[in-house]
Ligand binder design. Sequence first.
Ligand SMILES: Cc1cn([C@H]2C[C@H](O)[C@@H](COP(=O)(O)OP(=O)(O)OP(=O)(O)O)O2)c(=O)[nH]c1=O
Length: 216
Amino acid sequence: MVMNPLNEKNSIVLASESPRRRRLLEQAQIAFSVVPSGTDEDAIRGPEPERHAQILAAAKAEAVAKLYPHAWVIGADSIVVIDGRILNKPESAAVAGQMLRRLSGRTHRVITGYSIWCESRGHRHSNVCITEVTFKELTEDEINWYTQTPEPRDKAGGYAIQGIAAFMVKSINGSYTNVVGLPMCEIVGHLTQHGAIRHGTGQTRSPATADAGGKC
Ligand SMILES: Cc1cn([C@H]2C[C@H](O)[C@@H](COP(=O)(O)OP(=O)(O)OP(=O)(O)O)O2)c(=O)[nH]c1=O
């Protein structure tokens, strides 16, 4: 019989196609597999931004957790919120420009909903992490130049703090990695607390060597 390491006890699965989220888990030296959830984000709408991000994160985690019930599955959704409006990923350079004009010289919130599921343990945890980001005043030249780069395309709010857009950011209040796509302090803390990983001990488990430990 072929063993499926994705579905072993205490394996970690990232339910995301975001390369940023993948990189954040890699940086933390967590062994994990990637299974994009295929969730249709346009089909889901929460009542207000925090709930919206949380519901989407849970939908992503749930879709993959059903396929791999023994794994710890992480789903997340990041949105930019200003004036009570959600700025998702811009569909064009022109829309990215409109978003950046709105963000220019002001403070907005980046809300990442995150969800950690382990079906076989009945473990379903969802929460949000909020970071305030303050932009400098952007000139039209800066906006036009930036939106001609590929960077805004697949990023909530039309910018990537970890890339060229770092020059736009005057200050942030809260988790930096939350803006990039995953609140690492909370995610690693939760997985550690529930025995899914032994982070910080030099014994971060790989899916292939996972044992049956851990609690819900
Ligand atoms: C604000 C901001 C967002 N982002 C990214 C993180 C997310 O990938 C993206 C928000 O879109 P999401 O819908 O949260 O994620 P995704 O579609 O990229 O991946 P998946 O749904 O499969 O998990 O914006 C940055 O990389 N840097 C930033 O500064």
